[in-house]
Design a binder for this molecule. Structure first.
Ligand SMILES: [Zn+2]
Length: 267
């Protein structure tokens, strides 16, 4: 898609990972590897081969097990540093993650070929980072934005309010192309982020309407109501996002959780 960015997809396709985790190699003579994916030898071999002895560092968008466990073995093979950030809660986290440098919002990685700007985008995970390749106006989105499915927001490390804020945060940057952690490149970033934002808010409205209609409801009762347009096979996953919506609605004092696990609308 761009001459500076190469994509290699790991062979770990599945319900959460679509066709597999995308690993990106940025640059030619001074390469940054983004998200080495799970520790799968054939995939690591492919990264090493594509890197042509020019890989200088490994950075990760977040530390879910489909994104970062390849970092440690790859760093050992290549003798290069790993960079990323730690999550606040250890659910679904890669326990092997051991960065040489902690990345923060606004950090810059500059080489003679390109400039990477680090953008902290919590929501899917508290430590989620997006990486903007400034010269290409291309944003590596990790799991902040996926192509082909809605991102899972699993509390407490996932947070819906932070997620929506992190989508809006991208409006502040000059972005022409999205390079997601799963699926193909996406053009028209603003159209994509606006769609996701509105889709989430309309789902949230549906949550609120359902609670009002049912008077009081358990999360399991709400699930079938709110996700009646979604394949029931995906409902166990949707349950996380539903919880994230409920927490956000409670933050805004639209709903209240009663002691017995029932949710009711605030009058
Ligand atoms: Zn993830």
């Amino acid at each position: 898609m761009t001459s500076l960015i190469k994509k290699i997809t790991a062979p770990n396709g599945g319900v959460f990972t679509g066709g597999g985790t995308n690993t990106y190699l940025i640059g030619k003579e001074d390469i940054t590897v983004v998200d080495p994916g799970p520790s799968i030898q054939s995939h690591l071999d492919e990264i090493v081969k594509a890197g042509n002895n020019n890989i200088k560092r490994i950075i990760v968008t977040h530390t879910h097990k489909d994104h970062s466990p390849g970092a440690k073995p790859l760093a050992k093979i290549l003798n290069v540093p790993v960079m990323g950030s730690f999550a606040k809660f250890d659910m679904f986290q890669d326990e092997t993650f051991d960065p040489d440098k902690i990345l923060q919002d606004k950090d810059i990685i500059k080489t003679s070929e390109y400039t990477i700007e680090v953008i902290h985008t919590p929501g899917h995970a508290s430590n989620h980072l997006c990486f903007l390749i400034q010269e290409e106006k291309c944003l590596l989105t990790g799991d902040h934005i996926m192509n082909g499915s809605t991102v899972v927001i699993a509390p407490p490390d996932g947070n819906m309010t932070e997620y929506l804020d992190s989508l809006k945060k991208l409006d502040n940057f000059d972005i022409k192309l999205l390079a997601p952690g799963h699926g193909d490149y996406l053009e028209n970033p603003k159209v994509v982020t606006d769609w996701i934002f509105n889709h989430r808010l309309s789902r949230e409205q549906k949550v609120l309407n359902s609670i009002k209609e049912l008077k009081t409801a358990r999360i399991e009762d709400l699930l079938a109501h709110v996700y009646d347009d979604v394949d029931p096979g995906l409902h166990p996953i949707a349950l996380w996002s539903l919880e994230a919506h409920l927490i956000r609605l409670e933050e805004h004092q639209y709903v209240k959780k009663l002691e017995d696990g029932l949710w009711k609308a605030e009058s």
